[in-house]
Design a protein around this ligand. Structure first.
Ligand code: OGA
Ligand code: NI
Length: 378
């Protein structure tokens, strides 16, 4: 029964990205392409391989939103504001999660210098010799350190203009040993960002009418999974034909992203793609599938994607925060009763580890993974 439902939903989901299907070829990743970085650095590159080409209409119409309409959260007020300021910020957080699934965080207290050091450290990793990067290639989606190109080349038919390094940094901290110094900076960065994420999740719990510590306790954030994802999007000679990362939602609760001075992140808002732009010193935060599940759909995970450009190489660091691997996440029972009566659970419970494995082993495809636990969509 579940299998049958899943097939129907998947078809529906693919149908909403027709140009993605049309663009796909069936050639495997050419064996000489180990990274987009080396490909992009080929002398005189003026076109991109067919294996990396998507039809231009895939990019669709991008709307610009009026300056200042993307929600901004002042973290310092959440942590040390007066009770009045705090409750105002909790309210703003709730609205941002509900209306956008996305917000920027300012005054977060993580030093600017640490942000630039970690971006430099990642640049150093991508600049290593290809053989050195192959040392941390990883074989399985749950290997603690993995690097590679695209998202999951074993199941993709067209490849993204992206190289990545993906490292589990909590509850057990891992790091590649090269380049020198990356490990220390990454440890400090991971701890500082985790603290901000937990502060935000506390405010988000309250915005749902729950205890501040609700999410922390229910999903065992003391042992929460934190994943460090560095993305490299090299300068591309034909950006209109390439895709950095396709439309997807993140599997966890909250992802906090920073980038070097080059933009490329777009979020879907009211059915339209919106450029987020560059915001030095802010965290760009998006909600993930497990916040949608826990909140029984009040806070939907946001679809987002990464575009590439011909102006310069972009590096972003996405820090994903999820429940502990053994948490079985289902909608908070407290949210299933309201003044209007009982509200049915819209998602079935699934162990976070199983969800993570499922999402990482498949193609990155909109919210198709979430559809597997959704009940009311059928
Ligand atoms: C991600 C992601 C977007 C970006 O790593 O999950 O969505 O702009 N990255 O790099
Ligand atoms: Ni993402």
């Amino acid at each position: 029964m579940i299998g049958h439902i899943y097939i129907q939903i998947t078809q529906l989901c693919l149908a909403s990205y027709p140009s993605l299907m049309a663009a796909e070829t069936s050639s495997p990743l050419p064996s000489n392409i180990t990274s987009i970085k080396t490909l992009a650095e080929s002398p005189g590159l003026t076109s991109i391989p067919a294996t990396h080409t998507f039809t231009p209409d895939l990019h669709g119409q991008v709307t610009s939103v009026p300056e200042g309409s993307i929600p901004v959260i002042d973290y310092s007020l959440l942590i040390s504001g007066t009770p009045g300021q705090r409750s105002e910020i909790v309210h703003e957080l709730g609205r941002a999660c509900q209306d956008w699934g996305f917000f920027m965080v300012i005054n977060h207290g993580v030093p600017q210098k640490l942000l630039s050091s970690i971006l430099d450290g990642c640049r150093g990793f991508f600049d290593l010799e290809e053989e050195e990067k192959q040392d941390v290639k990883g074989n399985h989606v749950l290997d603690p350190i993995r690097s590679g190109t695209s998202f999951n080349v074993s199941v993709e038919k067209a490849f993204y203009w992206r190289d990545f390094l993906k490292v589990f940094v909590h509850p057990v901290f891992y790091s590649p040993t090269k380049p020198a110094g990356l490990s220390e900076i990454s440890l400090e960065y991971s701890q500082r960002v985790r603290e901000v994420a937990r502060g935000l999740l506390k405010g988000i719990s309250e915005s749902l009418g729950l205890e501040g510590s609700y999410i922390d306790k229910a999903l065992n954030l003391e042992r929460g999974k934190q994943i460090f994802i560095a993305n490299l999007y090299p300068t591309c000679p034909r950006p209109e034909l390439a895709m950095g990362m396709p439309p997807h939602s993140d599997h966890g609760l909250l992802t906090l992203l920073i980038q070097n001075g080059i933009d490329g992140l777009q979020i879907q808002h009211k059915g339209k793609w919106v450029n987020v732009g560059t915001h030095p010193n802010s965290f760009l935060v998006n909600t993930g599938d497990h916040l949608e599940i826990l909140s029984n759909g009040r806070y939907k995970s946001v679809l987002h994607r990464a575009m590439v450009n011909s102006k310069g190489t972009r590096i972003s660091i996405a820090m994903a925060h999820g429940p502990s691997l053994d948490s079985v996440v289902s909608p908070a029972p407290e949210l299933l009763v309201s003044s209007k009566g009982d509200e049915p659970a819209a998602y079935i419970g699934m162990k976070y580890k199983d969800y993570l494995e499922l999402q990482q082993s498949n193609k990155l495809d909109g919210k198709s993974c979430l559809d597997r636990v959704r009940i009311s969509a059928v």
